[in-house]
Design a protein around this ligand. Structure first.
Ligand SMILES: [Zn+2]
Length: 343
């Protein structure tokens, strides 16, 4: 019998080398064992000790195989094939996101529903410069699901003093690409849409794709145009501006009764009257502060937390460390949102 066992073991090993499936190996071993059983085990007398030993060995083998087969079947039943690791449904959070946003979810004013509102929100930021840098970074870090960036400029060495989203090795690269890279590195769970173009009339359709617009552009032409197109599209606009040591910010939403930018600043300053940052200079942390305020107001707007800057203009004077808030009124005769132009 030892030789029969050795032969069966050798056949199993051969099957293993040939990568034959288990059932094929048993199909070979079964008849071999059967022949050995009848040839050596039962030479005429079924009641002999020799026959009993063969019968016992065969029985143990059959029971063991049956047990293994039953166990395999039970395991297959108990462990259904795992579902493919699909991306979470829109608005649903991956486990890592829950950990990432834990400090937000703890806040009573934001919580799970607020975080979910941010995840499904689409925010467009105009300008990836001084104000755009902190805004974009904080919107990405905060978990705003889709963030669009409009800018046609490339990173310049003189930008690096305050436009903290760009690195030294990004000089010469498009700002939208540099910014998108930094945001993806910060939070891979947000989608960044790059719009490498100057904001002009052709961007009217673009606004329709977003829930909230942040204007961090650095010139009056763009600021007035963004205000007009946002009011026309009925989109809320967080607009900010900085110069030297001072910044201002408000949320304009004439579709919901607040003034628009042009209600407050009806007269465009004559060219050259208000110097740009390039002409007059700007303190490095100032866009960081005001741009972060833009992101803060965006988070509040999207989650419904607190009181936004609707109908209020905050003016921050960095040189004297002062801030004041002015209540704004809508102008009926406003060329953008007043009278017959009302959204
Ligand atoms: Zn207006």
């Amino acid at each position: 019998m030892i030789w029969a066992l050795v032969l069966c073991g050798a056949l199993w090993g051969l099957g293993s080398v040939m990568r034959a499936p288990a059932w094929q190996r048993w199909a070979v071993i079964g008849p071999v064992w059967g022949a050995a059983f009848f040839w050596f085990g039962v030479p005429g007398d079924l009641t002999s000790d020799n026959a009993r030993v063969w019968a016992l060995a065969t029985l143990i083998g059959v029971v063991w195989l049956g047990y293994r087969a039953a166990l395999t079947r039970l395991r297959a039943k108990a462990q259904p094939a795992p579902a493919p690791a699909a991306k979470p449904a829109p608005g649903a959070f991956a486990p890592e996101e829950l950990e990432r946003y834990a400090r937000h979810i703890l806040l009573r004013e934001i919580g799970g529903p607020g975080q979910k509102a941010m995840k499904t929100a689409r925010v467009l930021v105009i300008g990836a410069g001084g104000l755009g840098s902190p805004s974009l970074l904080y919107l990405a870090a905060a978990g705003v699901g889709t963030i669009g960036v409009v800018d046609d400029d490339v990173v310049d060495t003189s930008n690096l003093q305050r436009q903290v989203i760009h690195r030294s090795d990004a000089v010469g690269r498009p700002k939208v690409a540099s910014a998108a890279e930094a945001m993806a590195a910060l939070n891979p769970f947000v989608t960044v849409v790059q719009h490498r173009q100057r904001f002009d009339e052709s961007c009217a359709g673009l606004l329709a794709d977003y829930d909230l617009i942040l204007d961090g552009s650095d010139n009056f032409d763009t600021r007035y145009l963004v205000n007009r197109l946002a009011a026309k599209a009925g989109k809320p606009l967080i607009s900010a501006a900085i110069t030297q040591w001072e910044g201002q910010i408000s949320l304009y939403d004439p579709a919901h009764g607040t003034p628009c930018y042009e209600c407050i600043f009806p007269h465009r300053p004559a060219p050259g009257m208000v110097p740009t940052c390039a002409e007059a200079g700007v303190a490095a942390p100032l866009p960081g502060i005001v741009g972060s305020m833009m992101a803060m107001e965006a988070v509040k707007h999207l989650t419904g937390a607190g009181e936004g800057l609707r109908g209020r203009l905050m003016i921050y004077d960095a040189l004297y460390g002062e801030a004041r808030v002015i209540t704004l009124k809508r102008r009926e005769e406003c060329a953008v949102c007043g009278g017959g132009h009302a959204a």
